[in-house]
Design a protein around this ligand. Sequence first.
Ligand SMILES: NC(=O)c1ccc[n+]([C@@H]2O[C@H](COP(=O)([O-])OP(=O)(O)OC[C@H]3O[C@@H](n4cnc5c(N)ncnc54)[C@H](O)[C@@H]3O)[C@@H](O)[C@H]2O)c1
Ligand SMILES: O=P(O)(O)OC[C@@H](O)CO
Ligand SMILES: [Zn+2]
Length: 352
Amino acid sequence: MFEKSSWIRLPRNVLIGHGVLDRAVEAIDELHLTGRPLIVTSPTPREVAGDRVIEDFGDRGIEPAVIVVEEASFAAVQEVIEAARSEEAGYLIGIGGGKAIDIAKMASDEIGTGFVSVPTAASHDGIVSGRGSVPEGDTRHSVAADPPVAVVADTTVLANAPWELTTAGCADIISNYTAVKDWRLANRLQNVEYSEYSAALSEMTAEMLVGNADSIKRGLEESAWIVTKALVSSGVAMSIAGSSRPASGAEHLFSHQLDRIAPGRALHGHQVGVGSIMVEYLHSGESGRWSAIRDALSSIEAPTTAAELGLDEEEVLEALTSAHEIRDRYTILGNGMNERAAREAATVTGVI
Ligand SMILES: NC(=O)c1ccc[n+]([C@@H]2O[C@H](COP(=O)([O-])OP(=O)(O)OC[C@H]3O[C@@H](n4cnc5c(N)ncnc54)[C@H](O)[C@@H]3O)[C@@H](O)[C@H]2O)c1
Ligand SMILES: O=P(O)(O)OC[C@@H](O)CO
Ligand SMILES: [Zn+2]
């Protein structure tokens, strides 16, 4: 008997391009959301985009509530939930990098309101996904949440963000190669639920980004366009899968461990990129495609070594050997790597 079913949640309005921030309020208005908006942002994103959105609401006679957050934590999510309740917010707008957007996403999910994503950095694929990612103690929660009802990604703002944030977004997409390999492996070995459509979309997104690498250059607004479209596509792959599996495998486990071992040292996307070089080596061996991943990262000026991430050898080895413990996600790491194997993988690939 056929008993399968799936529920794919996607954003309704996705605006990407030059100057679209000026149309943010129009895009929100179209959704017929009710009540007062609560803007969740952090200091710089407020300056580069938040104040303009607040002003545009003001021109329509609406005064949004605003909360400025500094870190991604469950405490920050709770603070936003309380602000939303006390301000009687009808919906939330996350304006910023991954942290502000994750907090807005998770708070709105908890209180059952819609949420609009206004990324100010094309730094990773959480800008459009239905997942929130927050560390807690020794573990990392990738929490299911509703995806944004709308995404407004202004390439003028994104192109003016520090270049590293854009290369981090590229690296997050390039890591889809190894994430999909891990997903297929987990499906074969552990019957993990798998979607060929989602996997194909995720891989194609990485292919297209690498194929356009020549147009991804500092100072070019087109770069922000290419990367943001890829981030949206990767987010859609996660929505189809109903999990972050198409975009998060062992390279993400490595990065999540680094967030604990060396917090704030490097950007999420840069860490997963370097992780992806080593994870590809584990999948395909010394003559495998790890060097193609490394070259793709180099070509867009993303880090490929521990030193470029600001890490020492020991930190990389600790993250590699403990990555399998951070979350219940089967990958090529299996029950874990010993230190000798970790050192070999990191050395052969030139990461250390
Ligand atoms: N939900 C998901 O699926 C998902 C995916 C990947 C990462 N994440 C989470 O996102 C966070 C990482 O996101 P991030 O790399 O964007 O870091 P971030 O949100 O900390 O932003 C990095 C810095 O860039 C600044 N910034 C943002 N836009 C700017 C601009 N236009 N000009 C100048 N500065 C700007 C921010 O203020 C911040 O200081 C982590 O908490 C990670 O766990 C979530
Ligand atoms: O579920 P996680 O591992 O947080 O991954 C989400 C996102 O970073 C994938 O690119
Ligand atoms: Zn990621």
